[in-house]
Design a binder for this molecule. Structure first.
Ligand code: MN
Length: 134
């Protein structure tokens, strides 16, 4: 249904995430760090990004800020994933430009709901640009 980029350094979380996405009919693209994820976002142009906040090297907040500054990737919705369910984290993820926030451990209903909401919000713009000009 949608092409979704997962940027996550923990192999178990990555596996779970990709399994949940493919079960929902989505195509999962995987990147293990922010640098690889940014490159993939620019080249594969996914419909949505699932961004782990705690990554080695550049963290997910910095990577999201870069995505949102780049016109090529700015419109991609980003869902922040974090192990720490702290209010401070949610605020920081909003400041960085994340469109939604999910605390780990991942619950599939919550993940699917967040993805569906953001993809639905994106649709009108895509549909309009697809309309033939009168
Ligand atoms: Mn991590």
């Amino acid at each position: 249904m949608a092409k979704i980029l997962v940027i996550e350094d923990n192999p178990a979380n990555m596996k779970l995430c990709c399994l949940l996405l493919s079960n929902a009919g989505h195509e999962a693209l995987c990147a293990m760090d922010a640098e690889a994820g940014l490159t993939m976002a620019r080249t594969a142009l996914p419909d949505l990004v699932l961004m782990d906040i705690q990554l080695p090297g550049m963290d997910g907040l910095a990577a999201t800020a870069l995505l949102k500054q780049d016109p090529t990737t700015a419109a991609m919705p980003v869902i922040a994933l974090t192990a720490m369910a702290m209010k401070d984290d949610q605020k920081k993820s909003e400041v960085a430009g994340c469109d939604a926030y999910i605390a780990k451990p991942l619950r599939y209903q919550e993940l699917y709901a967040a993805i569906d909401k953001l993809l639905a919000a994106k649709k009108p713009a895509v549909a309009q640009s697809d309309l033939p000009t009168p």
